[in-house]
Design a protein around this ligand. Structure first.
Ligand code: ACO
Length: 152
């Protein structure tokens, strides 16, 4: 599916009214706990890199990026509601995020993903990311992460 808008929704910037939807997606899709104030702090740090997918009814996915260095971006949080997965929503969100990052002068991007997150790893490999290393005991439950990286 092409990046940008699609037949059942569109990507747009995060707005404060989206906060509750984002917290709900986080609760259902991610295993770490994040507070609303952390999410709003991330938004304030780089508003253009906080992107949501709106299906004209509600927010069904989001991605938050950050600057890791002067040349490298980082995907911090990324999830799509379970019932809307495998429909290109994640692809649309990531494509927009990478355009924001490259437009800001960044040339590479990194992220961490649980080593047992098969669908996430497949998604990122499909998008040109490579596993660079394993980060032992990276998460609060002491499970490991892969560090993945891509030139943009
Ligand atoms: N199995 C195999 N390949 C997959 C899978 C899967 N479960 N999911 C995505 N892919 C690959 C496929 O090649 C797919 O294309 P296709 O459906 O035409 O074959 C391609 O990725 C694009 O998939 P999308 O439909 O655009 O992805 P989706 O909307 O499902 O979102 C996401 C992907 C965000 C990883 C979703 O699975 C999700 O929310 N997972 C739970 C949360 C999560 O793991 N987030 C990432 C954590 S790491 C971090 O945040 C830095």
């Amino acid at each position: 599916m092409a990046a940008g808008n699609s037949f059942f929704g569109f990507v747009r910037g995060f707005e404060f009214r989206d906060s509750e939807s984002i917290m709900e997606i986080i609760k259902c899709s991610l295993s770490e706990y994040y507070t609303k104030s952390l999410i709003l702090d991330l938004y304030k740090t780089w508003p253009e890199a906080f992107i949501v997918y709106d299906n004209y009814d509600s927010v069904i996915g989001f991605i938050i990026g950050a600057k890791y260095s002067g040349t490298e971006g980082r995907i911090l949080l990324f999830a799509v509601k379970k019932q809307f997965r495998r429909s290109g929503v994640g692809q649309n969100l990531l494509s927009r995020e990478l355009r924001v990052m490259s437009g800001a002068g960044l040339s590479t991007v990194r992220l961490e993903v649980r080593t047992d997150n098969e669908s996430g790893i497949k998604f990122y490999k499909n998008n040109g990311f490579s596993i660079i290393s394993t980060l032992k005991n990276y998460y609060s439950d002491l499970s490991d992460a892969y560090l993945m990286w891509k030139i943009i």
